[in-house]
Design a protein around this ligand. Structure first.
Ligand code: CMC
Length: 379
């Protein structure tokens, strides 16, 4: 059969499928903008709650608006008992699998699950956002043989997350570092998991389904899983003197270095600098400079790769921050998820507000006109 010439855009690179007002990634110069604001201004001067408001309501809040928004989040942090029981049953699963399962289960008790109006989606999205840190922390506590810790409504989103996860209320500097980490991970243009969440929303499925899709997609090592890979690499390297030989070996075997390269950035990922500084200060405070020194040497060794557009990305420094905070490596992606869930909600709202079913084409390269042979006659 004569096929018309089809130009494939594998991986949908350089394909613009929709317009957005949520975030802009300018890859060649390494800029990231959330609804008009430079990521550096937000990371330095705003709280995660304030940035969530910006992304979900599309403008910065007044003090009163922020207090009300924050109050809604704080009062929705608790997770239903039946969801805690499900977490207990899947306690041996990877934290991202447990999170995906628990968010799916939240839909069962959400009174508005089928209402996909803008207002209901925002309310549900805030509930999921408030409950995500509780789920991640509860799963980790339960799998470690401890009881889940109830949320502390006097703490910020970031501080309460660390408290529920690690069992101690963090000091102000540590809470602020986690806050910044969540801000820089919140949204990132048409990243794979937000795109996946949009595909789900475009079928007019509900926001729980879209967030579950996003979380399933975020888990992969080419997306959310790189921070875990970076810290594994640092642990394998072990000492700063081993860095060069270790990386030379990787290079020879043509293996990728986790925490470098990006589908869009050809310059340094603008999110990296906030976590590099955080990692340096944390290492100093903990009196444990080794990992910062190893990673700094890796960054230096990789500098010539910048000429090919392979530069440090956000995950490179995130991993060392989490490690120094005492968070196990298999939880690193879940922290990314805590930050990205409100980003999914913002993109789902945008998708729903001007929806069009996302349904691209694939070129068929298989055979046609094969003769069907009944099963008993096949050799
Ligand atoms: N180390 C060594 N070489 C690399 C790396 C790396 N980390 N990343 C890309 N390259 C090389 C790659 O081997 C290829 O070389 P060649 O043309 O000789 O085959 C070339 O650069 C282009 O690679 P690509 O996979 O076509 O480029 P991409 O734009 O699709 O890659 C990426 C994006 C993130 C999948 C890739 O850079 C990678 O695998 N990085 C490591 C994983 C990582 O750190 N991921 C976190 C991304 S940041 C978090 C987020 O926003 O999701």
């Amino acid at each position: 059969m004569a096929e018309k010439e089809i130009e494939l855009k594998r991986g949908l690179r350089d394909v613009y499928f929709e317009s957005t007002e949520s975030s802009l990634v300018i890859g060649d110069v390494g800029r990231l903008i959330y609804r008009g604001y430079e990521i550096h201004d937000l990371a330095e001067h705003a709280s995660f709650e304030e940035v969530m408001y910006l992304m979900l309501v599309k403008r910065l809040p007044t003090r009163t608006e922020l207090d009300e928004f924050d109050g809604t989040l704080r009062s929705n942090r608790a997770v239903p008992q039946e969801v805690l029981e499900i977490i207990e049953r899947v306690k041996d699963a990877h934290p991202m699998d447990a999170l995906r399962t628990a968010i799916s289960a939240l839909a069962a008790s959400d009174p508005e699950v089928d209402d996909i109006s803008h207002e209901a989606t925002l309310r549900k999205g805030l509930r999921i956002t408030a409950q995500t840190p509780t789920i991640v922390a509860a799963h980790h506590r339960i799998r470690s043989g401890n009881a889940a810790i109830s949320p502390d409504t006097s703490l910020s989103h970031a501080a309460n997350f660390l408290y529920m996860l690690l069992g101690e209320r963090p000091d102000e500097e540590t809470a602020r570092l986690m806050d910044k980490d969540l801000i820089v991970h919140l949204d990132h243009g048409s990243n794979a998991s937000s795109f996946a969440a949009r595909v789900t929303a475009s079928t007019l499925a509900d926001v729980h389904g879209a967030v579950v899709t996003g979380i399933g997609t975020l888990k992969g090592p080419l997306h959310g899983g790189a921070a875990e890979g970076v810290m594994k690499m640092a642990l394998e390297i072990g000492e700063v003197d081993n860095v060069d030989a270790y990386l030379a070996g990787k290079h020879e075997r043509r293996e990728r270095i986790m925490g470098f390269g990006h589908a869009v950035y050809r310059a340094e990922d603008p999110r990296a600098r906030h976590l590099r500084e955080g990692s340096r200060r944390l290492a100093e405070k903990m009196g444990d400079p080794k990992w910062f020194q190893i990673l700094s040497r890796v960054e230096e060794y990789m500098r010539p790769y910048a000429e090919r557009g392979i530069c440090v990305n956000v995950d490179f420094w995130a991993g060392s921050v989490y490690y120094l905070l005492g968070i196990p490596e298999d939880l690193f992606i879940s922290i990314f998820a805590v930050a990205r869930v409100p980003g999914y909600v913002a993109q789902v709202l945008e998708q729903q507000d001007k929806n069009m079913l996302i349904r691209p084409q694939m070129r068929y390269d298989g055979p046609i006109d094969l003769e069907f042979v009944p099963i008993d006659q096949r050799g």
